[in-house]
Design a binder for this molecule. Structure first.
Ligand SMILES: [Ca+2]
Ligand SMILES: [Ca+2]
Length: 372
């Protein structure tokens, strides 16, 4: 993944300022190579971006996106990209490091708090910080959690953060590369999904790392999303060479890395809901399509996952006990390889009911354009 990011960085380095393109260049279902069901449209929403790796909608409907290397937090309001960034967070941009994660406080509209996960400039560490919005700009930086375990490589940072239905902040932290055994160790935050309470004193204090573990045995678990149907957490996980996973994350779960990769019939650790098999897809973003969105109603509750290696979008239905499994027939490729001419680092649902994908130099939208 590192070389790919550097190549893309060089490619987008000289690009012009972003211009919202709306429905221009849209491709309806049935266009060559599309596997979107009839009635759906894929289109470029915003182009000319510089390593846009994470997208999230604020509760007020604005689209925030993060530029990995520049540390810029950018805002699209009423379809227009605001020229000045919301904030510029100093980051270490080497390899997979940079400005990686964003989450809005559950009380954002009252307190203006926004949380970010980033790699600390001139350091080998990552941290979670909180900023407060004042007059449309981010200010008042507070450190929420320092991830002080030394990273051996520039990859496997994890880096996504999300609030759970319990109001706690969940954080995916990769194994840091180079020393995968740490995913099992109780002495380090690496290779874990963490859960912290951000309501008290900051930075968050804990006696021992395991006090803030939610799950362990993860290599580079990427994005996190809660399924509204069962209030359970699901996460994408990047395997070594192939054996990428989608996991239902349970409290105290151990997802096997590095002892087990992908599905195992030994059942020593928590098996994935889905094992991508021997080819590396590098699954990235994950989101659930809500009830009442404007896709036809059979899509309510579906999971959508994006991938980095192919630029695919997958539509997924969960089944089995506790919605912990994905059957082969319920795993469908919606955007095939490079269909949108990019690779994807994130996917989320907009207030208009469309899916938005972070495609490095652009944001791509998949919307329903058919009859209801
Ligand atoms: Ca696993
Ligand atoms: Ca996301």
């Amino acid at each position: 993944m590192i070389l790919r990011i550097i190549a893309i960085l060089l490619l987008v380095g000289a690009m012009a300022t972003a211009v919202p393109v709306g429905a221009k260049d849209s491709l309806a279902a049935g266009a060559k190579g599309s596997s979107l069901p009839e009635g759906f449209v894929v289109e470029d929403f915003l182009t000319g971006l510089k390593l846009c790796v994470t997208i999230a909608f604020a509760p007020d409907g604005r689209l925030f996106f993060l530029e990995k290397n520049s540390g810029k937090v950018r805002v699209v309001s009423n379809g227009k990209l605001r020229p000045e960034p919301w904030a510029v967070i100093p980051v270490d941009p080497v390899g997979e490091r940079g400005l990686l994660g964003i989450a809005f406080d559950p009380d954002f509209e009252a307190n203006g708090y926004v949380y970010f996960y980033h790699s600390i400039k001139r350091s080998q560490n990552n941290e979670v910080i909180r900023m407060r919005e004042v007059n449309g700009m981010g200010t008042d930086v507070k450190i929420v959690l320092e991830i002080t375990d030394h990273l051996h490589a520039s990859n496997h940072n994890g880096g996504n953060i999300a609030f759970g239905p319990d109001g706690k902040l969940y954080i995916s932290v990769g194994d840091g590369g180079g020393w995968p055994g740490r995913s099992h160790e109780d002495t380090t935050l690496l290779g874990k999904i963490l859960r912290i309470d951000v309501r008290g004193e900051l930075p968050v204090k804990y006696d021992k790392p395991a006090d803030i573990f939610y799950a362990k045995g993860l290599r580079n678990s990427f994005d996190l999303a809660w399924n509204p149907a069962n209030k359970a957490l699901y996460a994408t996980e990047n395997g070594p060479i192939g054996r990428d996973e989608i996991n239902k994350i349970v409290e105290g779960g151990n997802y096997g890395w590095p002892m087990e990769k992908g599905f195992s019939d030994k059942h020593r650790f928590n098996n994935p809901a889905w094992d991508f098999g021997p080819k590396s897809a590098a699954p990235t973003g994950i989101t659930f399509y809500p009830n009442g969105g404007n896709f036809p109603k059979e899509y309510a509750g579906n999971m959508f996952v994006s991938d980095y290696n192919y630029g695919r979008l997958y539509r997924i239905k969960l089944s089995g006990e506790g919605l912990g499994r994905i059957e082969k027939g319920d795993f469908k490729v919606w955007l095939p390889e490079r269909f949108a001419d990019t690779v994807f680092a994130d996917v989320t649902v907009g207030p208009d009911g469309a899916l938005y994908l972070a495609g490095f130099s652009k944001i791509v939208r998949v919307r329903w354009g058919g009859e209801k």
